[in-house]
Design a protein around this ligand. Structure first.
Ligand code: ADP
Ligand code: MG
Length: 421
């Protein structure tokens, strides 16, 4: 494909948001040692924005004149990208804003999306600075892909957008408790997991989900279900002209991919979107962002085509939209960037500490599903709802703690754009 950055008529302008406090507090050093030269050599001029506090990046992105920027790149953990995505979707021009190509360079302790991008590139697993260098190269290649987001509803907070995960129980507790081990970097999740195993407990609640139409792809059947359910839906918006690079495969498959060049400079690219033409079943009233056509309001029962899980005693619930939960945890090995699927896992109560530890160890290679653990359940879904029974607890979205209580989410296939190399 050549060096895409050199094809553009003028250099791309990249805003590089760096969180100096992320991870072990080394993001700026890592930038100076690795990234600055790499970007300069690739001819990618960039402006550093060093974040000063929580929500700084969110505010910057919410107010920015996006016509001045061709890409927003985050050098931090997943937490900073969470802010940027939510900032973009809070804008009145959110439909265009969310098409701004995003990039991520792992500089935090939770670098799950960076690890996912590296994994999707087909390269062997690496960590720490090797992962950073790999993501730096992928960024310089400048190929933009679509990325799924999920919208998340909570009882009294505004709707959130999530690019990675929704967790409750064991994983959410580890997310929070491991904050105090952040000085060990990405190993904080390993340490946190071992500590949590010692105080393993049961979490009670009700879980329901809308299954993904799994058979749709094989049969090539668009069916009568809402178009959003069908993987083959991509064919109907395949922008055959400007955006698709000629491809040996079916054009639809590559509709998700176009060059940084095109996305930077073709106005048309901003207008081509997956249309969610289905009339809203119970669209929530949101000021900005796409409407959640699959979700009734939280106080209404779930629709009849949803599956209500019989068990009410869990050890964890984990919904993933990308492959990695952490640098060394391949939680959803089948996930791709824009499969339009929420990969839902839950572990039923009754699992032994040893078996749970075995699951997490197997997860390093994405082999946990192959362990045939009777307590682990995996489903591909489009939407889900969780109603915890206990009055106190932890729910995390992309590793960040959110309001605790009933929560529901639906996937928005390919809503964002990410530089994946
Ligand atoms: P990590 O993976 O190390 O947790 P994150 O990117 O998730 O890194 O960042 C953690 C949090 O730090 C984010 O919620 C972000 O809002 C916050 N943050 C950003 N800039 C700063 C800063 N200058 N000081 C303190 N916190 C910050
Ligand atoms: Mg974080």
């Amino acid at each position: 494909d050549g060096v895409l950055f050199s094809e553009v008529r003028r250099p791309c302008r990249v805003m590089l948001l760096v969180n100096p406090q992320s991870g072990k507090g080394q993001a700026l050093t890592l930038y100076n040692n690795h990234i600055q030269r790499m970007l300069n050599e690739a001819g990618v001029p960039h402006t550093l924005v060093i974040t000063e506090r929580q929500n700084h990046a969110r505010e910057v992105v919410r107010e920015a004149d996006l016509s001045q920027w061709d890409a927003l790149v985050i050098m931090s953990g997943d937490g900073l990208l969470f802010e940027v995505i939510n900032g973009l979707l809070e804008r009145s021009d959110w439909e265009e804003a969310i098409h701004t190509p995003l990039g991520i360079l792992p500089g935090g302790s939770g670098n799950a999306l960076a690890a996912s991008i590296h994994h999707y590139s087909g390269a062997m697993p690496v960590s720490s600075e090797e992962l950073l260098v790999s993501c730096g190269f992928l960024l310089c290649k400048g190929l933009v892909s679509r990325m799924d987001l999920a919208s998340v509803h909570l009882p009294s907070s505004p709707r959130l957008f999530s690019f990675l995960s929704l967790a409750w129980g064991f994983v959410a507790d580890v997310d929070v408790e491991s904050e105090k081990y952040r000085h060990v970097g990405a190993a904080r999740f390993t340490v946190g997991t071992l500590v949590r195993l010692a105080s393993l407990r049961v979490y009670k609640g009700k879980l329901a989900y809308l299954p993904a139409a799994a058979d749709c792809k094989e049969e090539g059947d668009l069916g009568n279900r809402t178009t959003l359910h069908c993987n083959n839906q991509s064919s109907s918006f395949c922008p055959a002209s400007l955006l698709c690079r000629p491809s040996r495969d079916s054009p639809c498959q590559n509709a998700a991919h176009h060059t940084f060049h095109n996305s930077c400079h073709s106005n048309n690219s901003l207008k081509v979107r997956r249309t969610e033409s289905t009339p809203s079943r119970n669209a929530t009233k949101a000021l900005t962002g796409p409407s959640d056509t699959l979700l009734p309001s939280l106080d209404q029962p779930v629709p009849s085509d949803w599956v209500v899980v019989q068990e009410e005693d869990f050890v964890l619930m984990l919904a993933m939209y990308q492959s990695h939960l952490a640098e060394d945890l391949l939680a959803a090995p089948d996930s791709t960037l824009d499969d339009g699927v929420i990969h839902l896992f839950y572990v039923r109560a009754g699992i032994s500490r040893t078996a749970l530890l075995r699951l997490f160890l197997a997860m390093e290679k994405g082999a946990h599903l192959a362990t045939n653990c009777q307590h682990l359940v995996y489903s591909r879904v489009r939407a889900l709802r969780l109603e915890p029974y206990s009055p106190k607890g932890v729910i995390t979205v992309d590793g960040e703690v959110v309001e605790y209580g009933p929560v529901q989410a639906q996937v928005h296939e390919g809503l964002a754009r990410l530089i994946t190399g």
